[in-house]
Design a binder for this molecule. Sequence first.
Ligand code: NDP
Length: 274
Amino acid sequence: MADRYAVVGNPVAHSKSPDIHAMFARETGEDLVYERLLAPLDRFVETVQAFRRAGGRGCNVTVPFKGEAFRFAGEHSERARVAEAVNVLRFDGDRVFGDNSDGVGLLRDIEHNLGVPLRGRRVLLLGAGGAAQGVLGPLLSAGPARVAIGNRTLEKAERLAARFRQAGAAAGPCARSFEALAGEAFDVVVNATSASLDDAELALPAGLFAPGALAYDMMYGKGMTPFLRAARTEGAALLADGLGMLVEQAAESFLVWRGVRPDTANVLASLRAS
Ligand code: NDP
């Protein structure tokens, strides 16, 4: 019987992860099936445990359970430990290993697929939830001139920034409410809020996009989100959705589970074409 994997989230119906992993499995010859699991908001652990009992070998974890997945895992990779958020679980017998592939996925998409180096750039990360936590460490390690975290709830951004300042990161991040970003400009603005899931607009001040800026929405499959529309109006030169990040983090998850990293270029091109 093929090994079983799944993506667990709420909502999860929009997830393209099953298509991506089916393509990876064909490409690499690995024998696996991958499904979507909708977990009730108060039953993440029960949902994952039921999947494990039914023979599940691992899962991806998406909004809003990455913090819970971190607490659920008994062992962590270094990058998951730093992020305190987990988007990859691997079940090794009685043990549960948690990893975080979001950061490496985002970096690879921005720097390799989109050709935008982050070294020396001013980066604004919008959001302070599981996705932002996962990508902040890798973003800082890419050597940007500065990283600001903007969040609707300022205290969450402050807590996240403080954690990474304590971790001794070279360019320590600063925390801002959306209003307090007025007057600042950035070369790369990453939307890691879940606002685009509900087609909600972010109450951002004007003038955030420096000439030539990249606007990156981690959301995918929604076309021009309110964030990307606003970025275009504001003069951002390059607009990107999160499909590339999704494919890259999926390849990294596949590596954690199967020990082989699939090639992503064809999968990304085929998803874009469809
Ligand atoms: P969480 O629920 O953990 O965090 C949500 C964040 O969004 C919080 O910072 C919250 O702010 C903010 N937010 C939500 N609604 C609004 C709004 N209307 N206005 C302003 N801020 C808002 O979610 P995740 O961090 O796990 O996921 C965030 C997004 O990233 C999701 O859309 C997810 O699909 C996407 N994602 C994409 C990936 C990819 O591979 N492309 C990978 C990972 C995530 P507050 O603190 O004030 O509540």
